[in-house]
Ligand binder design. Structure first.
Ligand SMILES: [Zn+2]
Ligand SMILES: [Zn+2]
Ligand SMILES: [Zn+2]
Length: 763
């Protein structure tokens, strides 16, 4: 007599490949004595289970509640099928069929089990720098194609040894189907090249010695090369700055362990959790005073970009080297990350004294992610890359066609959208160098291949000379739609929160192409995904000499002085100690009098530049965002006095009198207010005027939802004050949590806008 038998077929989408999902299913089937199979397809994991109906139910219960830690289930579709009378459960070879959803996992930091093995002298992976398992290791950076199998990764070059093969084939082992698994017998190896010699044995110890001697070593890691040096040796840090052509921009550090991190920085619980998370990003944390770190590490900055060793290689290196290492992207400033050995020898040869190489290929380079935790607001992603990419973001609407958003120019990322998924690329950099532009084009093709999508619509910025715009214009057989820069910012913020709008959008950034040909950047929009109205903006001022004023904050201060004091501008500049050469003065006078070569701008970033220069906090800008960052760092956090900022109604738009804000700040300073207090009051005043504008617009429109986007919102003090004031007044406030508020989020907004616009055209 036979008992009732049922069979179910399940299709599971989400992050389900490379995260130990099939072993998990296998073990679960064993536990509940079910037959059937599981396999990866290019778009999902597919499984069939057969057995006692009650056991099937129990399986499904565990299936949802015990999902592996790194897996993210997006959708599970189950159907009943006819039983086949099977009595075994098996893992089948992958099946390649149809377009993929986002199933490629991100790279994962070293897990505690693997960390234990490499420190255990009895273990066969003792001190092996490429140890990994289904819970950790490289993924995105080694994958050539889908489905995710070893043959489709750069590990295909390494045949498994018998021991590794056994682990790989054993469903009860932690390395069951761990595609990049390796050991000292069969896996990649490491060597040091220094002074014409090559060390294979003791490569790490020798590298550690060189670092202690103040040398700069290029280290090949997970997604590219880092340049490393001892963070406590001022001369080494200075030398690295000189060679890299990087004057003041802060360097990030990797520390030996959490204890060392605590010694040099003040960590909150959230900082600790984020540092030790599987993504293991660089976290911007508050530095302690009086440490012996080199002064040139992060000049003018109270924060330090800090990360823990996230690969076994880094962990082992840090055991031999000084406990705090500068680990900065292995490139010349603003060029893409080097990731190939030969290319690194060529491009980094004059930057590094030695190279720590390995022979595991990097298919696609990926920088470290950078996150700042702002109290009461949460994580603000400044750079989204390793550990987060290529995890798909859920869109609040369906893309009627496959869409490519090509992003903006600086901090470029692009985004592929289909169905309700958005795949935002890793941070690629500023598109002004040919190398970065090549990398951008390559990465787009790679993402198209991984997702097996051929976008039929391309969304781009309106700026005609952005290379991303030109790229979009050169594409054949696609439709093109331009999306206004600040609308894309607000749309990105709405989309990542699963919202369609409408909302009040405060888009504050440095530069964005406006519809009137002016440079926008302090914009108040009434927006939903499909459209927007410019409801207000900062007071327009001249940008004397265009880009030149962006590079010289003193010139921007002069433009504001001109707007505030007219002919007395140079006199006021003198009182502030702002000096210009006779030639510079002649040119500036002409530009400000006639508007020659000087577009008007409402940029919020430029206002911060002008105030930082006027208060003598930053008058020399050597990297993007420096004046605003140093202004925030100098500001008194507890300051609660403020300057009144009039809001004027002009042509149906609200104009924030930011020239008056500048004038008040300058006069307070000239009357003896310390610069840190004037800077604090400047921030507080802006937060208050944001509230005032939102109250006025709520009155008019009834809208209660506010979205904050644009690079200016990386400013923790401004964000904190503004969110607090708006929340107190009952507004629902959205800030970026999963994507950067800066131009690294633009591409997601472009996709969301185009999806909404197309959706209206095709009912
Ligand atoms: Zn592991
Ligand atoms: Zn092996
Ligand atoms: Zn922007």
């Amino acid at each position: 007599m036979s008992r009732a038998v049922a069979r179910k077929k399940l299709r599971v989408s989400g992050v389900v490949q490379g995260v130990g999902f099939r072993p998990f299913v296998y073990r679960l089937a064993q536990k509940h004595r079910l037959a059937g199979h599981v396999r990866n397809t290019s778009s999902s994991v597919e499984l069939e289970i057969e057995g006692d109906p009650l056991a099937l139910d129990a399986f499904l219960h565990d299936f949802v509640s015990d999902t592996p830690a790194l897996a993210r289930l997006q959708e599970v579709v189950a159907e009943d099928v006819l039983p086949l009378g099977e009595d075994k459960f098996t893992i089948l070879a992958s099946q390649d069929s149809g377009p993929t959803a986002a199933v490629i996992p991100a790279d994962v930091a070293l897990c505690p089990d693997c960390a234990r093995e490499i420190s255990d002298p009895q273990d066969r992976r003792y001190l092996y720098p490429f140890t990994n398992c289904t819970n950790c290791g490289p993924r995105f950076t080694i994958i050539r194609n889908v489905p995710y199998d070893r043959e489709q990764t750069t590990m295909a070059a390494f045949a498994l040894c018998p021991d590794c093969r056994e682990e790989y084939a054993n469903p009860l082992n932690r390395r069951f189907h761990a595609e990049p698994t390796a050991c000292p017998v069969c896996g990649p190896n490491l060597w040091l090249e220094y002074d014409g010699q090559r060390w294979e044995r003791h490569a790490l110890a020798r590298a550690g010695e060189l670092l202690r001697d103040g040398r700069i070593i290029a280290v090949k890691g997970l997604g590219g090369f880092h340049l490393a040096c001892d963070a406590r040796q001022a001369a080494a840090v200075e030398l690295l700055r000189q060679r890299k052509g990087r004057q003041d921009k802060p360097f990030a550090v990797t520390v030996r362990d959490m204890r060392v991190a605590e010694e040099i920085c003040e960590l909150t619980d959230s900082d600790r959790r984020l540092l030790a998370s599987p993504a293991s990003p660089i976290v911007l944390v508050r530095r302690r005073a009086g440490t012996d770190l080199a002064p040139g590490l992060a000049p003018g900055n109270n924060y330090l970009g800090l990360m823990l060793p996230y690969t076994p290689l880094h962990l082992l290196l840090l055991q031999h080297s000084p406990p705090v290492l500068v680990m900065t992207s292995g490139n010349r400033s603003e060029e893409p990350l080097a990731f190939d050995n030969d290319e690194a020898r060529r491009t980094l040869g004059h930057l590094a004294d030695g190279f720590l190489f390995h022979n595991r290929g990097i298919q696609v380079p990926c920088d470290d992610s950078v996150i700042r935790l702002i109290p009461e607001i949460g994580p603000t992603i400044i750079r989204r890359a390793r550990g987060y990419v290529p995890e798909a973001l859920a869109l609040p609407l369906t893309c009627p066609e496959d869409i490519l958003g090509v992003g903006a120019q600086d901090k470029n990322t692009f985004c592929l959208g289909w169905d309700r998924s958005a795949l935002l690329s890793q941070h690629l950099g500023d598109l002004d160098s040919l190398e970065t532009f090549d990398y951008f084009r390559y990465a787009i093709e790679h993402f198209k291949a991984l997702s097996q999508r051929q976008p039929s619509v391309v969304a781009h910025d309106l700026h005609p000379s952005y290379l991303s715009t030109r790229y979009a214009q050169e594409l054949r057989d696609v439709r093109r739609l331009g999306v206004q820069h600040h609308h894309a910012h607000i749309a990105a913020c709405l989309a990542e929160h699963g919202r369609l709008g409408p909302c009040l959008g405060l888009a504050f950034d440095g530069t964005g192409y406006g519809l009137d040909g002016a440079i926008w950047g302090g914009e108040i929009l009434l927006a939903d995904l499909a459209g927007y109205r410019r409801a207000g903006h900062f007071a327009p001022v001249l940008l004397p000499g265009g880009e030149a004023a962006v590079r010289h904050p003193g010139r921007m201060a002069l433009a504001y002085l001109q707007a505030a004091y007219g002919d007395a501008a140079f006199q006021q500049a003198e009182r502030l100690g702002l000096t210009f050469s006779p030639l510079e003065r002649q040119i500036l006078e002409r530009q400000l009098a006639t508007g020659w070569n000087s577009p008007t701008t409402t940029s919020a970033g430029r206002l911060f530049d002008a105030v930082a220069a006027a208060l003598n906090i930053c008058r020399r800008r050597t990297y993007e965002g420096q004046p605003a960052l140093e202004l925030e760092m100098a500001a008194e956090y507890a300051e609660d006095e403020f300057y009144p900022i009039p809001v004027i109604k002009q042509d149906q738009r609200l104009v924030l009198d930011t020239v008056a804000l500048f004038r008040h700040t300058v006069e307070d300073f000239l009357q003896g207010a310390p610069p840190n207090r004037a800077a604090g009051r400047f921030h507080e005043s802006l937060a208050r005027v944001c509230l005032e504008i939102c109250l006025q617009l709520r009155e008019e429109t009834g809208l209660n939802l506010v979205a904050l986007s644009g690079g200016v919102w990386q400013n923790g003090l401004l964000a904190l004050r503004t969110v607090a004031r708006l929340s107190q007044a009952g507004f629902e406030v959205l800030t970026h949590q999963q994507t950067p508020p800066n131009d690294g989020g633009i591409a997601l907004g472009q996709v969301a806008v185009v999806a909404a616009v197309l959706g209206m055209q095709t009912p």
